[in-house]
Design a protein around this ligand. Structure first.
Ligand SMILES: [Zn+2]
Ligand SMILES: [Zn+2]
Length: 344
């Protein structure tokens, strides 16, 4: 089989490899689709903490079960060959202080398939631990379903925000995560959802996803403050601006990944005086199963969010396109023979 391999920092190759054999409690999956996100560029550039090269990238994946290793308890999970599945890429040690206290996403030995030390899904077949595998309904679009992994991160994001009916929510960044957080805001009870992005093409995607208030700056909005402000850009200027837009008793969330060593300025006096809560959120925590259910309930407009699919040979084209900010969600489909434009 063929595999995309990050052989070293900033080096990529297509390799021929043996199809892996599932070990104890492992499942072999024929890959359908793999989303590309900012994490992949950080891994490729050698900027992700702990990455061990060579590594097959790909952590936002779906596929079909081909084979199950010993110990996969069919009684509990009831998996069968041919099941369509989505895969939670996070694996944790289960033994550190944070795992033992229920904060698995903060595990000191956190490992993500395609991110740290285990191969991901940008190959024709990949292995996943059985407890990371979630079955999809037979009529769920297996390509669109690769959005379930980022959706699981977004649900975790909402888990640490208040769910109060009638809140006004402002999201910075109309990329995949901003669009997911904004679409979930409606479900979380928001009276209004606004999204800002400097890139008007990205705002067009927000329109397709049903987000009514779209601005290149919050100054264009008919309100000055919001109950919940979510940064999905990681940009320091957006974060600094966003903090000033939070209503008293409101929440600000750092969802976007800011550069590791950058700092932002804010007014501690205002945070004190107005009881502003600043909250972080990291990856997936007990939210993958709910993401499957929300996705299958049609909560997000996946068709509007995925613009291009690429063959494995075009992986570097996809990575460059992602970096340039073009397109919407980009996917690798390892069994495809041609790359395609899905939303022009
Ligand atoms: Zn991702
Ligand atoms: Zn741990």
């Amino acid at each position: 089989m063929r595999a995309v391999v990050f052989t070293a920092e900033k080096r990529l190759a297509i390799e021929d490899r043996d199809i892996p054999i599932p070990g104890f409690k492992e499942i072999l999956i024929k890959t359908a689709a793999v989303g590309i996100c900012g994490t992949d560029t950080h891994v490729f550039d050698g900027e992700f903490e702990g990455t061990v090269f060579p590594l097959v990238p790909g952590h936002e994946a779906t596929g079909t079960i081909i084979e199950m290793g010993a110990g996969v308890s069919r009684g509990v999970c009831d998996f069968a060959i041919g099941d369509r599945v989505a895969v939670n890429p996070s694996t944790t040690c289960g033994e550190c202080e944070f795992c033992l206290n229920g904060h698995h996403n903060l595990c000191r030995f956190w490992n993500g398939l395609g991110v740290v030390a285990s191969d991901g899904a940008a190959q024709e077949y990949f292995l996943a631990p059985a407890h990371n595998v979630y079955r999809l309904k037979s009529d769920t679009d297996i390509f669109h379903a690769a959005l379930i992994e980022p959706l699981a991160c977004a649900i975790r994001g909402w888990d640490v925000l208040p769910r109060r009916l009638g809140d006004h929510v402002l999201v910075y960044g109309s990329g995949t995560m901003g669009l997911l957080m904004a679409q979930l805001a409606t479900r979380a009870g928001a009276a209004s959802v606004s999204i800002v992005d400097l890139n008007t093409e990205r705002l067009a995607t927000a329109a397709d996803c049903g987000i009514r208030n779209r601005f290149t700056s919050p100054d264009e909005a008919d309100r000055k403050k919001w109950d919940v402000v979510i940064d999905c850009t990681g940009s320091i200027s957006a974060i600094e601006d966003g903090l000033t837009r939070v209503k008293p008793a409101g929440f600000f969330q750092n969802f976007g990944v800011a550069p590791t060593h950058k700092t932002a300025n804010y007014s501690p006096f205002r945070v004190y005086r107005d009881e502003i809560s600043i909250v972080g959120t990291m990856a997936v925590l007990n939210s993958f199963g709910r993401a499957v259910e929300m996705f299958e309930a049609g909560v997000i407009n996946a068709a509007a969010m995925i613009s291009h699919s690429f063959t494995m040979d075009d992986y570097s084209v996809a990575l460059e396109m992602f970096r340039s900010g073009q397109g919407r969600k980009l996917q690798i489909r390892p069994h495809d023979t041609e790359s395609r434009v899905l939303v022009p």
